[in-house]
Design a protein around this ligand. Sequence first.
Ligand code: NAD
Ligand code: KPL
Length: 303
Amino acid sequence: MTWHILGAGSLGSLWATRLARAGLPVRLILRNRRRLEAYRQAGGLTLIEAGHAQQYAIAAELPQTDTPIQRLLLACKAYGAQDAVTSIATRLAPGAELLLLQNGLGSQDEVAQRLPGQRCLFVSSTEGAFRPADFQVEFAGHGHNWLGDPGNPQPPTWLNELQRAGIAHQWSPDILARLWRKLALNCAINPLTVLHDCRNGGLAEHPAEVATLCAELAELLQRCGQPAAAEDLLEEVRRVIHATAANYSSMHQDVAQGRRTEISYLLGYACAAAQRHQLHLPHLQHLQQRLLGHLQARGLPVN
Ligand code: NAD
Ligand code: KPL
């Protein structure tokens, strides 16, 4: 079964190269003819791991190619997921499986609702990768991938392929709890690193602000039916701040590089959920207003 990978960015390339290295059939889907031509010129995707670079000449095609897709890794940003899936929707075979790699919450449901005849698996990833150049990916942080399907606790039959490719993973029957927990961590850390313009470790100087946010986020998780995700949230946030002290959060990096953030699928999603539940979370809402103002002042999208 071919792994189609839509989005040859950091994570898409990280998955594509490891699957190809294991001898599994992989095809990249690139946005347009110009990108396809640039990819062909580059000669393939390069994976840089522990200082060693290796190029893989993975086949690539356009979204409108007419062969059916049975398995798709959707590896774009949360805000691009709907358009990306629309571009290949007519190619999806009945019962096709999609792995949705997007961070945060909201984009997965947007995609799944569009595709009632296909199976959407949600992925929560703590792996870290970035692109030093076009069609190159550097594996920057070993982590883990949790996969699950909120509508069906049965794991797919092909997890052994991830094993073969050395992609650290685990089937998670409660993937929503994982995604909510990660969303809460990201909401407690990322916006503050942007507003204080600091590395994650800099938040150790703002313990009261972090604690207040965690209390509100835990209240939200409880109200949204995610008590497990609320457990010891502040302790974990403090642990992550400490363990990743030298790093800039992904949102800080996006803002510093003038890139669109995934705010609507992180803090925006949390604030919308609070509103839906008529839950008054003043610090979280104030944080959202400050962050939106900060993005607007820099000419960055607020969605
Ligand atoms: P990225 O921007 O590096 O890659 C996204 C790629 O998708 C880009 O190459 C873009 O051109 C492509 N794309 C977007 N729309 C497309 C379309 N319609 N057709 C074809 N290609 C399209 O993003 P990333 O860092 O790989 O992140 C992907 C998701 O994974 C995000 O939600 C991110 O938060 C999450 N994530 C990333 C990391 C990381 O270390 N990079 C870690 C954990 C989670
Ligand atoms: O996931 C993260 C990010 O930067 O997006 C961490 C390191 C957990 C900070 O929220």
